[in-house]
Design a protein around this ligand. Structure first.
Ligand code: BES
Ligand code: MN
Ligand code: ZN
Length: 495
């Protein structure tokens, strides 16, 4: 929805116009071609005036550099050249685009003194450019500076092997587009993006070869999804269950399954939330958005894996027909749930979605993503998503993918003592566990619906939206989970 920058790769040369960004190593060293652009030594002087030391993602800008045909010369720090991994290269790309300040014509000189970037590094840099360039501005009828919207920025990345970089970027572009889709879904307000509109967006993935099924209320009733349907019954918008399948692997391979919480708006229901900040609950489908964005990324890059994405779509509203505290619902699993608080609705949706996923697909593993609890924000803030798992190998793989992509996870405990906290006097379980350990009791609840299948739950309430802006993301919705899970799949489940 925001204008995607056009990205090209070319051999290292001296740009004749626009904004040029060069990369400086720690201490301010420039590689030869970058130093040549600063023939008069103005940039080097600016480094010392501004105390610019080339720290990773720091930047500095020089206007109308003397003797140059281009208008602006910016420098972005890369830190220690030998410490550069894919995550750092993406941050550098994001910082470079930011340093160019939305110029129309941008050249980034991807060359570092002492560390020539590989084609994969250049692609990671380009990914950072795409992610930094994203803005959710479709409802702004005027640009902030009063000008009419300009066209997309043209970014040329100057590097040693442009053909190879371009090939590597095809994959990165698929992932970037998946992240952008997830961000758009999270940022879109709930009056525009209801359950049906979300399902329609998912349907568009068919163009990439994803098989999309959309289960209706009637079909879910037949499957006895009483937990999910109980949440939905207070809204005039009907629930949907999305099943998205990408069969890129061998026919005999059991699929891996990702499940997302898709509450298009969470008022809390009859246990209604306070007014302050309730607008953020348009993002309570962040898990569903990540799963949908991930399916886009995997299909667009033709991942060699069989992957299923499942999303439970509901709206949690108070209404004459809404479910009440004290209601007891029967989930698809047959287990009964006493609804103590109608605001603990995400776990009710996931209970049926996880059970369905497990029964139908017998997956190698399941990972669910959900903006599930405020308590995870108290524990981890916006820096890490909470990871809960019944399987150490899966947990380790997720933690590693988190470190590699910068979408970081922190493992939290599960255990029978916590599980007891959701036992109910009147039913098999209740949907809240009391004051303490709110994120853990929520995870224990989900675990009752996964049997022995390797499973992980990512509580992304603190990371899916409202995170501080960074080189990688300037918008409210982050698309958290798309890069993480794309990496998990590419590291372990392809080929
Ligand atoms: N969607 C919320 C959790 C949330 C809060 C996400 C803030 C993002 C930002 C979830 O449905 C919820 O309301 N959880 C309750 C659970 C409680 C009633 C046991 C919470 O965390 O307060
Ligand atoms: Mn809620
Ligand atoms: Zn919720």
């Amino acid at each position: 929805m925001s204008v995607r920058p056009s990205i090209a790769f070319a051999r290292i040369a001296t740009p004749k116009k626009g904004t040029v960004v060069v990369l400086a190593a720690e201490g301010g060293a420039l590689a030869g071609p970058a130093a040549a652009l600063d023939a008069g030594g103005q940039l080097a002087r600016a480094f010392s005036v501004a105390d610019f030391s080339g720290k990773l993602a720091a930047s500095l800008e020089l206007l109308a550099p003397h003797g140059a045909a281009f208008d602006r010369l910016a420098a972005v720090g890369v830190g220690k050249p030998d410490a550069l991994d894919a995550r750092a290269w993406s941050r550098i790309g994001g910082a470079a685009f930011a340093a160019a300040r939305k110029a129309q014509e941008i050249a980034i000189l991807a060359d570092v003194e002492g560390a020539q970037p590989s084609p994969a590094d250049v692609a990671a840099l380009a990914l950072g450019v795409c992610l930094n360039a994203y803005a959710f501005d479709k409802y702004k009828t005027k640009k902030d500076n009063g000008k009419a919207a300009a066209g997309p920025a043209r970014v040329t990345i100057l590097c040693a092997n442009p053909a190879a970089a371009k090939r590597a970027f095809a994959t990165a572009q698929a992932v970037a587009d998946g992240v952008v889709l997830a961000r758009d879904l999270v940022n879109e307000p709930a009056n525009v993006l209801g359950t049906l509109e979300f399902a329609a967006k998912a349907r568009e993935l068919e163009a990439l070869g994803v098989k999309v099924e959309i289960l209706t209320e009637k079909e879910m009733r037949k499957l006895r999804m009483g937990a999910l349907l109980g949440v939905a019954q207070g809204s005039i918008r009907p629930p949907r269950l999305l099943v998205m399948r990408w069969d890129g692997g061998k026919a005999k391979d059991r699929p891996v399954v990702f499940v997302g919480k898709g509450v298009v708006f969470d008022t809390g229901g009859i246990s209604i939330k306070p007014a302050g900040g309730m607008e953020d609950m348009k993002g309570d489908m962040g898990g569903a958005a990540a799963v949908t964005g991930l399916m886009h990324a995997l299909a667009a890059r033709k991942a060699k894996a069989n992957v299923v994405g499942i999303v439970g779509l509901v709206e949690n509203m108070p209404d004459g027909n809404a479910q009440r505290p004290g209601d007891i619902v029967t989930s698809m699993s047959g287990q009964t749930i006493e609804v103590i608080n109608t605001d603990a609705e995400g776990r009710l949706v996931l209970a049926d979605a996880l059970w369905y996923a497990n029964e139908r697909f017998a997956p190698r593993f399941m990972v669910n993503l959900a903006t599930l609890t405020g308590a995870i924000m108290v524990a981890l803030g916006a820096e890490h998503a909470g990871l809960f798992s019944n399987d150490d190998e899966l947990a380790e793989r997720l933690l590693a993918a988190g470190r590699e992509t910068g979408e970081k996870l922190w493992r939290m405990p599960l255990g029978p003592e916590y599980d007891k906290m959701i036992d109910s006097k009147n039913a098999d379980m209740k949907n809240t566990g009391g004051r303490y350990a709110g994120s853990i009791t929520a995870a224990q609840f989900l675990q009752r619906f996964v049997k022995d299948t390797p499973w992980a739950h990512l509580d992304i309430a603190g990371t899916a939206m409202g995170s501080p802006s960074s080189e990688i993301n300037q918008s409210w919705g982050s698309g958290f989970g798309v890069r993480l899970l794309d990496r998990l799949v590419s590291d372990h489940y392809e080929g």
